[in-house]
Design a protein around this ligand. Structure first.
Ligand code: HEM
Length: 402
């Protein structure tokens, strides 16, 4: 079996489940070459594909560090120098990570997320209202992508339209560099920072009851966040909740269209069946393909000797189809319960936005599935050229208003 988990072409029609299966069965912790890897150290990474091993690595921050980055490719030297000592929370280890996560944790608890539920339902209605008469739309940009863009804008206290623009930038940031014009990724990050600097000025002058204002007012180690710390938080929040939620919605609808009997089962009792169905769609689509860690010291994982400094990459989509954790994992089973998927990761970095994400997903699925029906492709879906985030980039659909 040819294994290539780096080329975006391996992810051009969804996740490479055949490769994942081979890896889980034959080499669950396998060395993978990285032709464009760093000149220093070893060029490659360990690909981890079994559920139990992904789970163990994600929780063991003493052995597996999120520094210097959670992407397979190390940042270019000049980029690393540009950020100096600054890091995103996603790329910190405890105790530093714990202190930063504490700053925003209370905004993302289940009770805090529930307070937003009515507003999120109203946004879902508004999004479907905008396309319902058309009978045809690009489901990704006109429906699925709208929700996370609007929610992040509301969380941050920004105009909804700006949420949409920021979201377009995240899409560029998550696209494989080889699929973009030279410099486009860096330019998108710079634009995000320019916009974030405007937010700093605005929220310092007129603080509101939003997360951006709260972040600017809060303290870590007895001092306020400086501009760069704020900007990295801003980038993380805009980045983390955008195309992940969008891809779940688009990939989830595609899965329903491809499994009409499951779709019909769900519709027979949508409110009652949505909770298990949503978790199964999360398992099935696994929008975040991987997170990388770096071994802090020599350590053994499933019989493989990992050396200090080695990259260790957890493949969530592979773990979520592991027969050791799921009965008949290749079947979409919307009634699956229990469903120990790790689409949101686990351990100290486990998705902070998961309660909000679940509310967004449920609100959108209810609006879409009760008001739109008879979905048919108007053109084949086009997938994101990315080995990091999985999902359709465009999905033109015809539908009937119900
Ligand atoms: C279907 C939607 C989503 C999926 C599949 C998803 C998945 C993930 C995953 C896999 C991680 C890394 C976990 C780990 O390393 O163990 C993560 C982290 C994170 N997510 Fe999500 N996410 C989603 C939606 C959201 C939303 C809506 C928000 C915010 C509004 C959000 C905010 C975050 C943040 C802030 C982190 C970093 C946490 C940390 O470093 O402590 N996510 N997410």
């Amino acid at each position: 079996m040819k294994i290539d988990l780096l080329s975006p072409s391996s992810f051009a029609a969804g996740q490479p489940h055949e490769q994942y299966r081979w890896l889980r069965e034959h080499a669950p912790v396998r060395w993978h070459d990285e032709p464009n890897g760093p000149d220093s150290g070893r060029r490659g990474f360990w690909a981890v594909t079994r559920h139990a091993d992904v789970w163990a690595v994600d929780r063991d921050f003493q052995a597996y560090s999120s520094e210097p980055t959670i992407m397979i490719q190390d940042p270019a030297a000049e980029q690393a120098a540009g950020f100096g000592p600054y890091k995103m929370m996603l790329m910190m280890d405890p105790p530093e990570h714990t202190a930063f996560r504490k700053l925003i944790r209370s905004e993302f608890t289940l009770p805090a997320a529930r307070l937003r539920e009515d507003r999120i339902k109203a946004l879902a209605r508004q999004i479907v209202d905008a396309v319902i008469e058309k009978g045809e739309c690009d489901f990704v940009s006109e429906v699925a992508g709208e929700m996370p863009s609007f929610v992040i804008a509301e969380l941050m206290g920004l105009p909804l339209e700006d949420g949409r623009e920021l979201y377009k930038l995240t899409e560029t940031i998550h696209t494989a560099p080889e699929a973009l014009p030279p410099g486009a990724g860096g330019a998108a990050v710079m634009k995000m920072f320019e916009y974030g600097s405007g937010v700093i000025a605005e929220k310092r002058a007129r603080p509101g009851d939003d997360l951006a204002s709260k972040l600017l007012a809060c303290e870590v180690d007895g001092r306020k966040l400086d501009d760069m710390e704020f900007l990295l938080f801003f980038l993380l929040l805009v980045d983390a909740g955008g195309d992940t939620t969008r891809n779940l919605l688009s990939g989830g609808l595609l899965a329903l269209m491809e499994h009409p009997e499951q779709y019909a089962w769900l519709m027979a009792d949508l409110p009652g069946r949505l909770p298990t169905a949503r978790e199964e769609l999360l398992r099935w689509t696994s929008p975040v393909i991987y997170m990388r860690r770096t071994a802090k010291h020599d350590v053994e994982l499933a019989g493989q000797q990992i050396r200090e400094g080695d990259k260790v990459v957890m493949y969530f989509g592979a773990a979520n189809r592991d027969p050791a954790a799921f009965d008949r994992p290749e079947l979409l089973d919307l009634a699956r319960d229990p469903n120990p998927h790790i689409a949101f990761g686990t351990g100290p970095h486990g998705c902070l936005g998961q309660h909000i994400a679940r509310i967004e997903i449920d609100a959108m699925l209810v609006e879409v599935l009760t008001r739109m029906g008879d979905f048919a492709p108007a053109a084949p879906p086009e997938w994101l050229a990315s080995n990091f985030i999985s999902g359709p980039k465009a999905m033109p659909l015809r539908f009937r208003a119900l």
